[in-house]
Design a binder for this molecule. Structure first.
Ligand SMILES: Cc1cc2nc3c(=O)[nH]c(=O)nc-3n(C[C@H](O)[C@H](O)[C@H](O)COP(=O)(O)OP(=O)(O)OC[C@H]3O[C@@H](n4cnc5c(N)ncnc54)[C@H](O)[C@@H]3O)c2cc1C
Length: 386
């Protein structure tokens, strides 16, 4: 049984994109992913190659130098990349969230020209700096400040866990522009486009993460960073609402990254259970093993279906905050469960670094935390019920 994306049901464009992503993943990502994980490095050349193929600007319109694909087609391609390496796919997901969730809906013509187009062409790489050490789930409690002084803003504070914070060219930073703690809905927070070569932008040491190790996670100190006024994104004081829009786009990407992880773990498990023999039989012949594999396939297909349904709604122009949370919640928990079963089916070998499923297990855990924990997704979903 295969749980790969079935090409038969796709449009010509979707099929071409999936095949391109699949070939690239097989030839350029898979042979190197274990080494990136070991060395905790994501070489820039792989991002340049993805950019040259258009994979860093899939949903940005062609008029803004993107591929102009719909969200569903973007998810199809991202799953192929994620099945080969989740850390790389996470970077691709953030790149798209900055474009489709922040710069496209909120950027001025000049901001689109200066930032969106090079991002879509893959010439520059983006990050998002919302969380702080004391403000993760309660992101409205951030303390980083932005004060207007004459013809410049002055940003100060410390951001935590910024993916690509040390390697990105531009980071979208949320900072408080109102003096007191903002309202519960986050009013008083503003969003800034911060080039990382600006004076006072100081990335810390790389955090030694459990999984998705090739993506570079760092704290960032903003030490008197002075972007000009045109680096404010959208309206002053509305930045928290924009962060939610960015997170919605990002959660959809993370959902499909989780699907990619689960799919690869399942594929490894299916192959292993056919070749490994105990008690004179292949593991696949034991009914208990078959039931496990059946549940793995079912959960990962359900996760993909939920993410795709949210993408289709987004492409119809509908608001999908809750749908993105549901997709991210279900897919990340499915990935954690599926990878746990895969490690179990591999037995002792599943626990060894030389075998691929332990990396997938570690990568899966990250999807339950970043972009808001599973508990926060449940809160978002529950809030929409009444
Ligand atoms: C690999 C990785 C990459 C990341 N990349 C980025 C990035 O690029 N940019 C960025 O801004 N952030 C990033 N983050 C930060 C991430 O968004 C936060 O870690 C996450 O939102 C959780 O915040 P926290 O770690 O402060 O946990 P806390 O908020 O302290 O939560 C701790 C626990 O308490 C639970 N909890 C908290 N409040 C409630 C509640 N009201 N009800 C029930 N349970 C609750 C949480 O669910 C969690 O289980 C990244 C994190 C990781 C791990």
């Amino acid at each position: 049984m295969s749980t790969a994306i079935e090409l038969a049901g796709l449009s010509d464009t979707q099929r071409q994109i999936v095949e391109l992503a699949r070939d690239f993943a097989r030839d350029r990502i898979e042979p190197r992913a274990a080494e990136w994980d070991r060395t905790a490095q994501l070489p820039r050349d792989i991002l340049n190659e993805l950019g040259a193929l258009g994979f860093l600007g899939m949903v940005t319109p062609e008029a803004d130098d993107g591929m102009g694909l719909d969200t569903l087609t973007y998810l199809l391609a991202l799953e192929e990349l994620a099945a080969a390496d989740a850390a790389l796919a996470l970077t691709v997901g953030i790149q798209h969230a900055v474009q489709s969730g922040l710069l496209l809906p909120r950027g001025t013509v000049a901001q689109r020209e200066r930032w969106l187009r090079p991002l879509a062409r893959g010439e520059i790489v983006a990050g998002i700096a919302l969380a702080e050490a004391d403000a993760g789930s309660d992101a409205a409690a951030i303390r980083a400040q932005a004060v207007r002084q004459g013809d410049t803003w002055v940003l100060s504070g410390t951001k935590a866990w910024v993916t690509n914070g040390a390697t990105a060219d531009v980071v979208i930073v949320m900072a408080r522009t109102a003096a007191a703690r903002p309202e519960a809905d986050g009013r008083g927070i503003s969003t800034f486009i911060v080039p990382t070569d600006i004076a006072g932008y100081r990335p810390g040491e790389r955090v030694d993460t459990m999984g998705m190790r090739a993506s570079n996670t760092v704290s960032v100190t903003l030490d008197d960073v002075r972007p000009p006024p045109e680096h404010l994104l959208g309206e002053e004081g509305s930045g928290f609402a924009y962060a939610i829009e960015g997170l919605t786009a990002s959660r959809l990407g993370t959902a499909i990254v989780a699907v990619g992880i689960a799919r690869r773990a399942f594929e490894h498990a299916v192959a292993y259970c056919a070749e490994r023999h105990q008690f004179g039989r292949a593991l696949r012949e034991f009914e208990a093993v078959q039931f496990k594999l059946a549940d793995m396939a079912t959960r990962l297909n359900a996760a993909r279906a939920l993410a795709h349904a949210a993408a289709v709604r987004r492409d119809r122009g509908e608001e999908i905050t809750r749908q993105a949370s549901m997709a991210k919640l279900f897919a990340s928990e499915a990935a954690m469960w599926v990878t746990t079963q895969a490690v179990q089916l591999f037995g002792g070998y599943g626990y060894m670094r030389d075998f691929p499923v332990e990396k997938l297990f570690r990568d899966a855990k990250g999807t339950e935390i970043l972009d808001g924990t599973s508990e926060m997704q449940r809160l978002v979903i529950a809030r929409g019920l009444y």
